[in-house]
Design a protein. Sequence first.
Length: 228
Amino acid sequence: MDLIRVFIIEDDPMVASINKQFTEKVAPFKVVGTSNCEAEAFQRILELKPDLILLDIFLPNGNGLNLLKNIRKENIPTDIVIVTAAKDTGTIQEALRYGAVDYLIKPFSFERLQQALLNYRNLRQMIDEHADVSQEELDQYNLSADLAGLNTLSSLPKGVHFFTLNQLLKFLDSQNDSLSCQEIADALSLSKITAWRYLEYLLEKGKVEVTQEYGSIGRPTKHYKICK
């Protein structure tokens, strides 16, 4: 896959440097420039024509939302991931309405940024390789994007990691029947307590449903199935 060229717009030079390091750990992303000023950033975007912009909202000389609107007004063919401390619903809603493909609230983990980049890479690859896509292919992308949404507005709880969560959710999506915690743990080579922790988190978030199965003795066993 060709390089995905990234431009970072961030008010804090240290954060910009960290985000650059994080971004370039993920293939095939390459940071081609940075800026902390709305006017300068717009001119450099016109010159560099990046594929993707990591855009902060709060800038010392301008506002990221204004920049996003100008990019859309001028029909500049670039995609936007918002990376900001702004967490009010009005700002989030406006950014999404103007086509941001993801929204990360500071502070966030490297894994969260990595997943945003991987989701974007997968979508680009799907678009680049196919003139048409099937519902199944689109649903597979949407599954990852929907999982990303679990961590868009708040951090994952302690002990719950994004890639294990993604692995477990995709496994459940491939199953026709409800499964016990032990069956899921065995299939994914997890301990039962680890699988239970992730399943209970997904249950809390409305991503899985649970039924009780009663045996001849002892307590009923919980069986989990993805919500479809």
